[in-house]
Design a protein around this ligand. Structure first.
Ligand SMILES: *Cc1c(COP(=O)(O)O)cnc(C)c1O
Length: 355
């Protein structure tokens, strides 16, 4: 990719690479040397630059701190066996960032700024991308409001930033989830489909209550009836019942359109599975658990790719899922996705871009 945009690059004088222990990476703690920044002012995105990763200075009246106009993305870069940098479906993240932006009254970011900012940053910090199997570079693009003004209105200025973190093999031990039928994450007409900071803020308290009861995560249900399973709040969820893969549709606007979700559904169809994008009722899930019809349940998201679900709590009853056979769909699809992301098999879907 040729750089057409003017990106001013200021390199760090003190790389933190030597002091970073790649054998003990904690997700989101070790941050690479540089960050990409662009400012929105006077109606345009401008001042594209790469700088050493450093604290920001904000005024107490910064409107994000009060009214929360903040959105983000999450994606990963991988190294293939010959050391080339591979990006997985970054175009989908770029489009989703702008869908979130529109909903939160944030100005859309031109595709070139996202892609060139990202690829220039990855190229500069390429030594931060681990090459061990299972390891990758987590990428966090985000936009937030920067007006210093307490009036309630969309900000006139914003910052777009990208920083990255090397992350270890996200060995996902099977998770236990609780079906939430009191609190809501998202309602129709709300912001559930946007990757907005506020959606996370509102979900922390109910999740904490469930964690105190010993569950890792919640399975959110719809805000109106609390009978339809929606998603898990950081992951979409899928179930296999009677050899059919079932996951919630995204048309209600209450569910985040996961790129892993979309990739898994496409691969499932290629692998000959029957796929149903429809709401699974809590009662239907409970029945399937009681009569042993639930074959698999798992979350899908960038961090873990596939998170196997081992226990589901419904209305104070714990159901333990049967151990999955080695040929289970979730193992197969995880391997396939990893093979694509690490460039171990040919990508013929246009999902991989070499930096
Ligand atoms: C990011 C996110 C997901 C997963 O999306 P991916 O693109 O697969 O990483 C699912 N649910 C919510 C609420 C999210 O924010």
């Amino acid at each position: 990719m040729k750089t057409m945009l003017q990106i001013k690059v200021t390199k760090t004088k003190h790389s933190r690479l030597p002091e970073t222990d790649f054998n003990n990476l904690v997700f989101g703690r070790s941050i690479s040397d540089h960050m990409f920044v662009a400012d929105y002012k006077n109606g345009e995105w401008t001042d594209l630059r790469i700088e050493p990763y450093a604290p920001l200075s904000l005024n107490p009246a910064n409107s994000t701190l009060h009214y929360g106009q903040a959105i983000f993305e999450g994606m990963k870069a991988y190294k293939n066996p010959s050391g080339e940098i591979l990006l997985f479906r970054a175009d989908a993240n770029q489009k989703r960032l702008n869908e979130s932006a529109v909903r939160m009254c944030i100005p859309e970011l031109p595709e070139e700024i996202f892609m060139e900012g990202l690829t220039t940053l990855l190229d500069l910090d390429r030594n931060w991308i681990p090459d061990k199997p299972g390891y990758s570079l987590y990428i966090r693009p985000f936009i937030f409001a920067t007006d210093d003004y307490l009036g309630v209105k969309p900000s006139e200025t914003y910052k777009f930033m990208i920083f990255t973190c090397p992350v270890g093999d996200y060995y996902s031990k099977p998770v236990s989830v609780k079906v939430e039928q009191h609190y809501s994450r998202a309602a129709e007409g709300g912001t559930g489909f946007a990757k907005a900071a506020g959606n996370y803020a509102g979900s922390l308290y109910p999740a904490q209550l469930a964690q105190k009861q010993g569950y890792d995560q919640l399975l959110w249900t719809d805000a109106k009836t609390h009978e339809n399973i929606e998603e898990s709040g950081t992951m979409n969820v899928m179930f296999i019942i009677n050899d059919t893969l079932i996951t919630a549709p995204t048309k209600t606007g209450t569910i985040l359109k996961g790129i892993t979700r979309d990739s898994v559904l496409k691969l499932a169809k290629e692998m000959g599975y029957v796929v149903e994008e429809r709401f699974l009722k809590v009662s239907e899930l409970e029945e399937a658990l009681q009569n042993g019809k639930l074959q698999e349940a798992f979350g899908t998201g960038t961090a873990a790719t596939i998170a196997h679900i081992a226990k589901i709590n419904i209305r104070d009853n714990d159901y333990i899922l049967p151990k999955k056979p080695d040929y289970a769909f979730s193992y197969q699809v995880l391997k396939k996705l990893d093979d694509i992301k690490y460039g171990r098999i040919e990508d013929h879907r246009g999902w991989i871009v070499k930096v």
